[in-house]
Design a protein around this ligand. Structure first.
Ligand SMILES: [Zn+2]
Length: 165
């Protein structure tokens, strides 16, 4: 496949001096760490500055490493369409879920640590800081629940898309 066909499967694509950058489909991120360029032989070169391997990146898109070679036809159902989002709903769901789990775990740890504390001896400042952390943890827990809902709905849509063929 050509780089332009791969770009249609990615989000947050921007042109750079050597090729393009985009959000890595292999992990959850808000700022693009994936760099894409086309080698002289037409092969697509991928580098994720956050550490995902090319194999992990193409797997997240439902592709294989051999698809990165020039002239390799796009697998059936992977041809870019005006709505490429259909292709990686499962990957989006996974990203939301992983981030949700991180938030939730951190929030639970903070709330658990806060539950056994005797705050009577604390200074006002320490108390404010601790309460701030607790409020933030409660927000994070709510945020995580929203992320899980988004993941569920993305999976549901992916499933419906597959049922329709
Ligand atoms: Zn990555």
């Amino acid at each position: 496949m050509r780089a332009t066909a791969l770009l249609a499967l990615l989000t947050g694509v921007r042109q750079t001096s050597r090729g393009w950058s985009a959000l890595c489909p292999g992990h959850f991120e808000k700022t693009p760490s994936l760099s894409i360029c086309e080698g002289e032989d037409g092969r697509i070169l991928l580098h994720d500055f956050a550490g995902c391997t090319p194999r992990e990146i193409v797997a997240a898109l439902g592709l294989e490493l051999k698809d990165l070679f020039a002239g390799a036809p796009l697998p059936k159902g992977k041809r870019p369409t005006p709505q490429p989002a259909k292709v990686n709903r499962r990957s989006i769901a996974l990203q939301f879920e992983v981030y949700g789990v991180l938030l939730k775990d951190r929030a639970e740890a903070v709330l658990q640590a806060a539950s056994g504390l005797d705050a009577m001896a604390w200074s006002d400042h320490d108390f404010d800081v601790a309460m701030g952390a607790v409020v933030k943890a409660q927000d994070d827990r709510t945020h995580a629940a929203v992320l899980f809902d988004v993941a569920d709905s993305q999976r549901e849509k992916a499933f419906q898309g597959e049922q329709r063929g």
